[in-house]
Design a protein. Structure first.
Length: 198
């Protein structure tokens, strides 16, 4: 999820290897995760010889909620300290690209999604409050499939986000219909446009 690119401000600086001491991952904003919004935020910061981090700033154009999540995590980061010398600077500039992704799904995840029986989905839903049914792994797999298994030529981003929003809105109805038809396959109750893409 994370790669550090070190940019030295001094021309004579020797290499400083940044060794993470405490570098929590950013929290994916729930609303964006459920909406299927992905993105990358490049965070610039200064890392000091005592291992502390200061002056974090997110790249321009980054989705604001993702940028704030990335900055919240960076503000907590700490690295192992190093000894300052004529060859090792007291601070270095660092750029950390933070990628927010739904997670990869196998290319043929649609085949698995299409086979899920209503009885299995209803059983899984019992472990969730009805207002959080949209967070069931089954719906996550479907959002991820719509995001990663279809090319932008097949499904432009605005259309993909609209379909995910419709799927999310319909999740309670899908579960309720599945409760009434346990022997059916769950995709039978998907929005037609989503069903056609599976």
């Amino acid at each position: 999820m994370l790669l550090l690119c070190v940019v030295f401000s001094g021309a004579r600086a020797a290499e400083v290897f940044l060794i993470p001491a405490d570098n929590p991952r950013p929290s994916y904003p729930r609303s964006l995760y459920l909406a299927g919004v992905e993105g990358e935020v490049r965070v610039s910061m200064v890392v000091h010889a005592d291992g502390s981090v200061s002056q974090p700033s997110a790249s321009k154009g980054a989705q604001p909620e993702l940028a704030e999540a990335a900055l919240d995590a960076i503000r907590q980061w700490r690295f192992q300290p190093w000894e300052v010398s004529s060859e090792r600077p007291a601070q270095i500039d660092v750029v950390a690209p933070m990628v927010f992704r739904l997670g990869d799904t196998p290319l043929h995840a649609n085949e698995t999604i299409k086979k899920v029986r209503c009885s299995d989905l209803s059983h899984a839903a019992k472990n969730y409050a009805d207002f959080s049914w949209v967070e069931l792994p089954f719906f996550h797999w479907t959002r991820s499939y719509l995001t990663h298994s279809l090319s932008p030529m097949q499904l432009p981003n605005d259309r993909r986000l609209a379909l995910i929003a419709k799927l999310n809105r319909d999740a309670p109805t899908i579960i309720r219909r599945c409760n009434s038809h346990p022997s059916s396959r769950a995709v039978r109750f998907f929005p037609r446009e989503v069903r056609e893409l599976l």
